[in-house]
Design a protein around this ligand. Structure first.
Ligand SMILES: [Zn+2]
Ligand SMILES: [Zn+2]
Length: 561
């Protein structure tokens, strides 16, 4: 008898993040009938805020749905240690309280991060090896399948249940020479494909690009060329977790007689973890930035964070001449060894322009082979699908247009593509043909200093208003006859000092306050709150008349009795 009918079972996929965006990946797989459903969470990442969320540190997925089913979540499997896949694990360790499965490198990164941020809650971490068979209950098992990517120990997940088998690719590519780790094995995926794959849930980041992505191995050559031709300092900025890139740069630097200096805590932390675990040769010698002054320019390669233009990272400080130790000079060379994450182009451009004005040369992935992507092109996706022979393709990890390109390509290759299930959509994968059967709570939360807030929070709205329109404080003292005792005390921030005719705006505001007070009969000035409101309105209207914008405004009237 049909297992699904017998148990009234379904296989469900719900993303709480990462579908319809690049970042904040978080997926849930559900197996069994609605009442007895057991779940698996895959990845729990963050993304980064844009200018609409001033002051916010990171963006987290809204996991309120996961909290409602947490007793039935058998585990959280982390595919790899990129922030968009594991960055929110510590944030939710206490509330979700589910075991986290991952490899030793991931564990090293998580613990190092917890130490750096003095996090007091750690999840129960179950360290597993790639290819280890993990039995979660009597019906559900999984194993991590090693794949090439841009960080060590990246994995796809092979999920097995009596209702059907799934492959969640995570971030991957086919790279015959990944510099660190074993290359993605198509033979292994062919063996998996022989076990009846219901669906592959798969990386869409580069699904619009034809051909095959270049290998990390080519980057070594790119850097060898740069190090041997430049006669000055070379500064390289990249993602701090790309250990293979660090190795590529180190090897090329050694060959050119250059010492490698590390600038940036995250970079130093990740190198330490990689060397402790033997992912990176412990004999490689990296220097701290204090070595900068003592080395001749042609014998230095400096690795630093901040390739995305992050305001607090080392690259920005160096470009702003605000770094306490590292100072660049005419003829030095800065290499951007990464691509811009969409949305970061302006900040990166500002840094590059500032460097050029200082006489520093720039090399990017557009001029030299100093970066390769970690995500598969169409030629690689095609080879994976030929190996897996999935019944259905589920595009994941991408913005709407990446997902759509994935769908167009997979259909062209003859695969059945499930309806695009954006964050919060409940996609039923079986029985029957895949369809969206409902939605769950989803959205974004913000990490704001030590506190977690909603994107709709009043404090964010106020910050936006403050940053666009400024603020006015007015302090007025009335005597017991309700007369003003002195000129109102006015403070303004973020508001121009003079109007377009050169008149002092603060003076006009003081006149406006006095006018507003005099216009109210003395007997009615007793109702202080009403007077405050009338003055507040007058100030905002006057500034709007002069400037064309209404600032935030606080009026305090005190009465001496
Ligand atoms: Zn990713
Ligand atoms: Zn990744």
């Amino acid at each position: 008898m049909d297992l699904f009918k017998q148990d009234n079972a379904e296989i469900i996929f719900v993303a709480l993040g990462g579908i319809g965006e690049i970042g904040m990946n978080c997926g849930l797989y559900g197996f069994g009938s609605k009442k007895k459903r057991k779940w698996l969470m895959v990845d729990l990442g963050i993304s980064f805020p844009d200018a609409s969320l001033p002051g916010v540190d990171t963006i987290l997925p809204d996991v309120s749905f996961a909290k409602t089913i947490k007793d039935d979540i058998l585990g959280l499997i982390i595919t790899h240690g990129h922030e968009d896949h594991y960055g929110a694990v510590l944030d939710f360790a206490y509330e979700l309280d589910i075991p986290v499965y991952g490899t030793s490198f991931l564990k090293g990164m998580l613990y190092a991060k917890a130490e750096a941020y003095q996090s007091d809650t750690m999840p129960q971490f179950i360290q597993i090896d790639s290819n280890e068979d993990v039995q979660l209950n009597s019906d559900i098992r999984f194993s991590l399948i090693p794949v090439s990517h841009s960080i060590p120990e990246s994995n796809a997940i092979f999920l097995k249940s009596s209702y059907g088998n799934l492959v969640h690719t995570g971030d991957w590519k086919l790279d015959k020479n990944p510099v660190i780790g074993t290359p993605t094995s198509l033979e292994q995926f062919t063996d998996i494909g022989a076990q009846d794959i219901l669906a592959v849930i798969s990386d869409s980041t580069n699904a619009w690009r034809e051909g095959v992505s270049p290998s990390e191995g080519e980057v070594v050559g790119g850097f060898e060329k740069i190090f041997s031709t430049s006669e000055r300092r070379v500064i390289i900025t990249q993602f701090s977790s790309n250990i293979a890139r660090i190795k590529s740069i180190y090897l090329a630097a050694q060959a050119a007689g250059r010492e490698v200096i590390i600038a940036g805590r995250a970079l130093a932390r990740n190198i330490q973890v990689a060397q402790e675990l033997g992912v990176l040769d412990p004999n490689y010698r990296f220097l701290s930035d204090t070595a900068f002054q003592d080395l001749p320019a042609q014998n230095v390669a400096i690795l630093c964070t901040g390739s995305q233009g992050e305001s607090r990272a080392q690259m920005k400080k160096i470009a702003d001449k605000a770094h306490p130790i590292i100072k660049l000079a005419q003829g030095d060379l800065v290499v951007f060894s990464s691509r811009a994450i969409p949305g970061n182009e302006k900040e990166i451009g500002a840094i590059q322009n500032s460097l050029v004005k200082q006489g520093v040369d720039i090399v990017t992935a557009d001029n030299e082979r100093v970066h390769v992507t970690g995500h598969p092109f169409r030629g690689e996706i095609e080879q994976l699908y030929q190996a897996l022979k999935p019944k259905y393709v589920v595009p994941a990890h991408g913005e709407a247009w990446h997902l759509n390109q994935h769908k167009i390509f997979a259909e062209r290759e003859g695969y059945q593509v499930a309806p695009i299930a954006y964050n919060g959509n409940i996609l039923k994968l079986a029985p029957g043909t895949p369809e969206i059967i409902g939605t769950v709570a989803h959205g974004q939360w913000c990490r704001d200093g030590n506190i977690r807030i909603d994107t709709q929070s009043a404090s964010i709205r106020e910050r936006r208003k403050l940053s666009y329109n400024g603020i006015v404080f007015a302090n007025i003292i009335l005597d017991h006859h309700n007369e003003m005792m002195a000129e109102p005390d006015v403070r303004m921030e973020g508001i121009p000092y003079d109007d377009e005719f050169g008149l002092d705006i603060e003076e006009k505001v003081i006149e406006t306050i006095e006018g507003a007070i005099y216009s109210i009969p003395k007997s009615r000035r007793k109702e202080l709150e009403k007077v405050e409101e009338a003055v507040r309105r007058s100030i905002r209207n006057e500034i709007n008349r002069l400037w064309g914008k209404k600032p935030l405004c606080h009026v305090i009237i005190s009465k001496i009795v």
